[in-house]
Design a protein around this ligand. Sequence first.
Ligand code: ATP
Ligand code: MG
Length: 219
Amino acid sequence: MLELRAISKTWKPLRSVSRILLRGLDVQVAAGETVAVLGPSGSGKSTLLKIIAGLEVPDAGQVFLDGKDISALPPHRRQCGLLFQDFALFPHLSVQDNVAFGLVEQGQRRAVSRAQAVDMLQRFGLGPHTDAKVWQLSGGEQQRVALARALITAPRILLLDEPFSALDAALRETLRAEFQQRIAQTGMAVVWVTHDEAEARSVGARGLRLMEGALQALW
Ligand SMILES: Nc1ncnc2c1ncn2[C@@H]1O[C@H](COP(=O)(O)OP(=O)(O)OP(=O)(O)O)[C@@H](O)[C@H]1O
Ligand SMILES: [Mg+2]
């Protein structure tokens, strides 16, 4: 169970007025549950995911995983997988090394990490691309690699930040179904941010809208 308690964040730019993004948010996401988050551009959706992942520090509040406060843990120790809207793969690394990255970061030997990455890529239908550079892949393939990279450390939490916004409609639909299927096998707590309400409804048993700092239940 992922739990946010009273998370607040104000964006304070240097040269203009500050803006409250998150006003004491409380959210619970059970293991195996996917919550979809909608909300206007700039409402703080990505900020919320970064706070869960430990990439941003909230002004107040805590993040719990299975009742344990993980707020002070660095990102690589939060058992959190993260997918950004713009893929965010490492362009200078091969597909294989992108996927192995999380394991190496956790201290696993490079050869072992690579072997596990290859295994994972084969299950993702990306076997022929293991030695390719990331820029040689299509957008859809890159996003599959990003999911493989996020899942290789067997995280307890998965955060998706508009994972398909750069893809065309048909591919979006195919990948959504594939991602849902893979995610369903893992039992993770999933927060799926999207602009697309149809996508949100098909992935999220629960839908929330972030607006003016508050989360409103949509379904
Ligand atoms: N590090 C930062 N640099 C610049 N702006 C920031 C930063 N952190 C927060 N902001 C501001 O906070 C607001 C929320 O940003 P955030 O990226 O969380 O919104 P979002 O809901 O994900 O938007 P979008 O739907 O466009 O991705 C924006 O207005 C943004 O300008
Ligand atoms: Mg965003």
